[in-house]
Design a binder for this molecule. Structure first.
Ligand code: SF4
Length: 392
């Protein structure tokens, strides 16, 4: 059966890196002049040559975002059910060899977490677990999925990659979407960072979105973890190839792209290369221009300052007030967390900041509570604030 592996095996990492780095300002200007950009244009827009064009890229990205999505930004919260994990990943606090306390929520604890999230206003949930199919596998999901789903309007998951039939079964229990980030598309780097467990299987993970598409899952989330490979540009291009392949092959599904950067955690590594803030803005804008209808997501891994400045440009979905440990909303337990979020503001605080920037947060009743701010505010905000980003 065909899969993205067939495409991936035709893409040479070194050759792509060379092509991206050799793009010129002329290539960037050509990309900026086009209504619909192609792969070569995308390469130009993520290349070093595009950094001086951050302002026109941001204007274009914002224009496309407002055209396609209006002023709305959807809020969601991650709910961590378990920090058990049978894998060893060099960058994660849940790695099996880390001496942290392990916890898997039971029915009562899950109910308390869901109620706490509802009380904060959340109606869109991302259910997260470590990867432990023995104790937090399909039996656990079957047992708790319907109750969790009953608290929320939509339910996404970020758990270990499953079989196609298992995704299809979860869909009948209310599953709306699945996030599965490849971490890095560079197989030798992937091997360096995944030392034990099922996650060592690069291709099992790479083909997960294919299984999701075949299972008819409504929304599929892609991304790379920036800081693992030495080249964020080539990893980003691979994400773009993955997205374009999936859109063409499983056109019934919708897609989202996230841009996680490594965060400090227990036993975690230092990033192999930094994706600077201005480069992350560049990347987000390039993705908006490549895929105007695709949902772009930004999590609390980023700072309040960065989020307040970049979400209004091209982001559609944000987490807020996130806890990255099981029991984090009702009972706290910071010692159980996966990584330390950077934006620790309350959801209300984030919503108010985005409303001041002219956006309309959408979660529960907040859109009517906070009200709409005029389109002129958005335009005025954008040009003034982008100059505050660190452009070398
Ligand atoms: Fe487990 Fe995922 Fe963390 Fe790896 S990244 S240790 S699979 S929770």
């Amino acid at each position: 059966m065909n899969s993205f592996t067939d495409v991936w095996s035709t893409l040479d990492w070194d050759d792509l890196s060379l092509r991206i780095n050799s793009k010129t300002s002329r290539d960037v200007e050509r990309a900026l002049s086009r209504n619909k950009i192609d792969r070569e244009d995308f390469m130009a827009l993520i290349s070093p040559a595009a950094l001086p064009y951050l302002e026109p890229m941001a204007q274009r990205a914002q224009q496309l975002t407002r055209q396609r999505f209006g002023n709305t930004v959807n809020f969601f919260a991650p709910l961590y059910l378990s920090n058990l994990c049978a894998n060893e990943c060099t960058y994660c606090g849940f790695s099996m060899s880390n001496k942290i306390k392990r916890k898997t929520l039971d029915e009562d604890e899950i109910g308390r977490e869901c109620e706490a999230l509802n009380a904060l206003g959340f109606k869109h949930l991302l259910m997260v677990t470590g990867e432990h199919k023995g104790k937090v596998g399909m039996d656990y999901f079957r047992r708790h999925f319907p109750a969790i789903r009953s608290y929320f309007d939509s339910l996404m998951i970020e758990v270990q990659p499953l079989q196609q039939e298992e995704y299809a079964e979860l869909k009948t229990l209310g599953l709306d979407g699945v996030l599965v980030y490849q971490e890095t598309y560079h197989a030798p780097t992937y091997a360096l960072h995944h030392l034990r467990g099922q996650k060592q299987d690069f291709f099992w993970r790479l083909e997960t979105p294919d299984r999701l598409g075949r299972a008819g899952i409504d929304k599929i989330g892609l991304g790379a973890l920036f800081g693992l490979s030495g080249n964020w540009r080539t990893d980003s291009y691979m994400v773009a190839e993955h997205l374009l392949y999936l859109q063409q092959t499983y056109w019934q599904s919708r897609y989202s792209v996230a841009f996680p950067r490594l965060r400090p955690c227990t036993g975690g590594i230092e990033p192999a290369s930094l994706l600077e803030e201005n480069q992350l803005v560049q990347l987000i804008c390039a993705f908006r221009m490549l895929a105007p209808d695709v949902e772009l997501s930004l999590s609390t891994r980023e700072s309040p300052y960065f989020r307040d400045h970049v979400i209004p440009l091209a982001i559609n979905t944000v987490s807020a007030g996130s806890k990255t440990q099981p029991g984090g909303y009702a009972d706290d337990h910071p010692e159980l967390e996966q990584f330390a979020p950077h934006d620790n503001r309350s959801p209300q605080h984030v919503a108010e900041a985005l409303t001041r920037a002219g956006l309309q947060p959408v979660w529960k009743d907040w859109d009517s509570f906070l009200g709409r701010v005029s389109q002129e505010n958005v335009a005025g905000w954008q040009t003034n604030k982008l100059s505050g980003m660190q452009i070398p």
